[in-house]
Design a protein around this ligand. Structure first.
Ligand SMILES: [Zn+2]
Length: 269
């Protein structure tokens, strides 16, 4: 059967002599594997179609129970920027690996397709890649049914006096229950507020996000703890991202030296 499907390349691996197998995230068919013959040849017309983050319309033939074979591809968004800028490549590689590993075939494909496409557009257009990535993580948690409880205490259920976010427990935590959870697993009320916003955010309608560097660090630790505990998929690309963050996090690339100095002078306020 011949398929004509819009998809985003979330994985691309070499296969045999000069071929590649790509995994597409699609809206209608979830995750789809497609064999691209001769993709590694210098003059292959399909080379670009197999690059990570490429979004296009893929035409492929697939028999019963077998992998598809690419016939043609019309690229809509090549997303060069996401491959060429190290900073963006690190975040986007993590996000596509997360989609690939956390979602089963066909499952939640549709919802994540829209969010993934919007994610790539957002970071390409200069939205804060780290924060946008955390919002995407939240969308993924929602899609697979492990979203945190953000409007009531995850321990006792009360909806008032929510003063922190317990990432290990998986949600908001009230002033009474908070002392019972070890401090290292609890983030501040500010982080809880961000979680409440993230859970309602649709990446297709993402506004501008500006967070203080200190908040971003807290947010990162909180989300990493949350993802490790509740999604439990350790992505290989996360290692690279963490390495990059280690060197990158001092002044942000978007911040001038003067702004960074001012921020330090204010003690992060
Ligand atoms: Zn409580």
């Amino acid at each position: 059967m011949l398929y004509r499907i819009e998809g985003i390349v979330i994985r691309s691996m070499d296969y045999g002599e000069g071929n590649k197998i790509i995994t597409l995230c699609t809206k209608s068919h979830g995750k789809v594997g497609v064999l691209v013959r001769g993709a590694k040849k210098v003059r292959s017309r399909h080379g670009a179609a197999t690059q990570l983050f490429t979004f296009g319309e893929y035409v492929f033939f697939r028999g019963m129970g077998s992998i598809g074979t690419l016939n043609a591809c019309e690229i809509t968004e090549p997303n060069h920027t996401l491959r060429e800028q190290l900073h963006l490549a690190a975040y986007a590689s993590y996000v596509v690996e997360l989609v690939d590993r956390a979602l089963q075939d066909e499952e939640s494909g549709g919802a994540m397709f829209d969010q993934l496409l919007a994610y790539m557009r957002a970071i390409r257009e200069g939205k804060d890649a780290q924060v946008t990535t955390h919002i995407f993580e939240m969308k993924l948690c929602q899609a697979v049914g492990v979203a945190p409880s953000v409007d009531s205490c995850v321990v006792c259920g009360r909806t008032d006096e929510l003063t922190g976010f317990g990432w290990r427990l998986g949600g908001a935590i009230c002033s009474r229950c908070r002392p019972r959870e070890h401090g290292r697993y609890v983030c501040s009320g500010n982080i809880l507020k961000l979680m409440q916003v993230f859970i309602k955010t649709d990446l297709r309608r993402l506004g501008d996000i500006t967070l203080k560097q200190e908040t971003k660090l807290q947010l990162r630790d909180c989300m990493r703890g949350y993802m490790d505990t509740h999604i439990g998929v350790r992505c290989k690309s996360l290692q690279f991202l963490e390495q990059m963050e280690k060197y990158d996090l001092a002044p942000l690339p978007s911040m001038t030296e003067k702004e960074a100095e001012e921020q330090e002078g204010n003690g992060g306020d």
